[in-house]
Design a binder for this molecule. Sequence first.
Ligand SMILES: NC(=O)c1ccc[n+]([C@@H]2O[C@H](COP(=O)([O-])OP(=O)(O)OC[C@H]3O[C@@H](n4cnc5c(N)ncnc54)[C@H](OP(=O)(O)O)[C@@H]3O)[C@@H](O)[C@H]2O)c1
Length: 321
Amino acid sequence: MDRKKINWGIIGCANIAKDRFIPALQQTDNSKLYAIAGRSPEKLASFAVAFHPQVTYGSYEELLADPQVDAVYVPLPNTLHMEWSIRAMEAGKHVLCEKPLGMNAAQVSRMIDTACAHKVRLAEAFSYLHGGAVQKAHEIIDSGVLGRIKHIDVRYAFDGIRENDIRLNKTAGGGVIYDLGCYCISFIQDIYKEEPVDVHTVFGVGKQSFVDENAMVSMTFPEGKTARFYAAFDSFTDSERTIVGEKGVLSIPIRYHEYGNMSVRLTDAEGRHEIKVLCENHFIDEIREFADCILTGKETRPTLQASLMNARTLDRVLGYK
Ligand SMILES: NC(=O)c1ccc[n+]([C@@H]2O[C@H](COP(=O)([O-])OP(=O)(O)OC[C@H]3O[C@@H](n4cnc5c(N)ncnc54)[C@H](OP(=O)(O)O)[C@@H]3O)[C@@H](O)[C@H]2O)c1
């Protein structure tokens, strides 16, 4: 591709597109908001007024038929990720699809096969992986100061569910495991780089929604390593990640979308140390890096192997395997 900017098409006037993705896209130097497609004329008009795309389409099909669209962002309900990502890739578009990439590992495998067959880039939109907190955690782990990692503990709660939220809708792929649990699994596997040998899940199912609204999951990894996570829609909004090693403990009391001058805490034989970390808008880094992967051919983050590993673990957490 000889163009320096990627033309993006957004399918669906989703909240995440309005609140995070499009404002971030408009701050990158290698991407341009080219098109938005939405089924509701009112919502589409309000997106057009707010973001000034070059074109709008009343159907996702029309956007995919536009040869000017290079890359498509898929912020649809979870149950529609596979269908529309595959349709976009079959139309020759690169795809950045919201998390979780598919509803299960079989869907993710089909998506990866389509990306390979059509020679396009596909990535799961785990923007937090591009953020300062995760980068700092890897820097500290790689320095060896924690020693061998023995245990990882993740807590991720969000109590801001809206009325008619797709996260409480079973047929849209709702539930806290799909919504927040996938982050916990991604974080744990991004550190261990392997899958659990054993998984146990305790669900709390909503009396009205019938989806999992809280869950506690414990996992055993090879060589006796362990991990545990708690994900909830019905607990106070907060998040903390703790990595326990033989020689030290790293605590990251930073929410997934928290920006600014933050700090993590390292505890070792010498005592407790506050380590400063700058957390900037990781959606900007995610979009810039995905566009760069298209322009240069380098590998996406997360890799598709990592996304498949996450999906296989999701299957086991949800009891499908
Ligand atoms: N990365 C993150 O930080 C983050 C945060 C929140 C959510 N997410 C992910 O982003 C995706 C969207 O979440 P959201 O909260 O933004 O959802 P949302 O506001 O409900 O948006 C979903 C959009 O999908 C389109 N859609 C197509 N068919 C639909 C159907 N049958 N039912 C409902 N909507 C349909 C709608 O757009 P039109 O009507 O305009 O076509 C709708 O606006 C989910 O996969 C979620 O996991 C990611």
